[in-house]
Ligand binder design. Structure first.
Ligand SMILES: CC(C)(COP(=O)(O)OP(=O)(O)OC[C@H]1O[C@@H](n2cnc3c(N)ncnc32)[C@H](O)[C@@H]1OP(=O)(O)O)[C@@H](O)C(=O)NCCC(=O)NCCS
Length: 191
């Protein structure tokens, strides 16, 4: 018997989820699934997040170095597009003159939970680009993908004082309720 191929199959990049989008101020972005090569762009993205934004997203003051640690970012950027779907919004017009790199302005993701047809969703937008509709659009697209993937339910958790997120989730049809310890709010959307 020949040797068994233990290499996992390379996931196919789901390019059908890539398309342009215009923010409320007219800025053109491309929203697309993350790629392994995005790690340096993700480091730069994290450099643009204020302490408040980090706290609201991670419920703690995670340092820049821990957020941009290779092990962490590799886990996010090298996606199987099956258990986890990460979308990034890339600034289409601005290109760094020296490196030719584009910039990431927002990241949204859903990760399947142990109950296979349920996923947890979260989003974060670079501070200078907040309030232009991007957070809502990233969530809208992730919900669309979750529906296509036949997931049954999406859940999210946010701090109680994260009013922006609560408004957005409610507008997207989620039900909100206080968690047991009242420190956070849970959002649930049945698909
Ligand atoms: C929450 C977050 C993702 C929203 O992204 P965004 O692109 O700024 O949000 P949008 O522009 O799509 O906002 C849509 C709506 O949210 C509401 N909203 C936004 N900011 C608000 C605020 N400070 N207070 C109350 N409502 C607010 C408004 O109704 C707004 O609609 P409008 O602009 O038509 O009035 C972004 O602010 C962020 O990254 N916050 C920190 C990280 C975080 O909280 N992540 C969530 C963890 S689950």
């Amino acid at each position: 018997m020949g040797p068994t191929n233990l290499n996992p199959v390379t996931p196919v990049y789901p390019s059908q989820f890539t398309s342009p989008w215009r923010m409320k101020d007219g800025t053109e972005v491309t929203i697309r699934p993350v790629r392994a090569e995005d790690e340096p762009l993700m480091v730069k993205f994290h450099e643009t997040l204020s302490d408040r934004t980090v706290y609201l997203r991670y419920f703690a003051s995670l340092s820049l170095s821990s957020r941009t640690a290779h092990e962490r970012l590799a886990r996010i950027c090298v996606s199987d597009y099956e258990h986890e779907m990460v979308l990034v919004a890339e600034y289409a017009e601005y290109r760094d003159r020296q490196t030719g790199e584009l910039h990431i302005l927002g990241v949204g993701r859903f990760s399947k939970l142990r109950a296979d047809r349920e996923a947890e969703i979260a989003v974060v937008v670079s501070d200078p680009y907040q309030h232009r509709g991007l957070g809502t659009e990233l969530l809208r697209r992730l919900i669309h993908i979750a529906r296509e993937r036949k997931l049954c339910r999406i859940v999210a958790e946010m701090l109680r004082d994260n009013l922006a997120m609560q408004v957005i989730f409610r507008n997207l049809g989620f039900r909100l309720h206080l968690s047991g310890d009242s420190a956070s709010v849970q959002a649930v959307l049945d698909l």
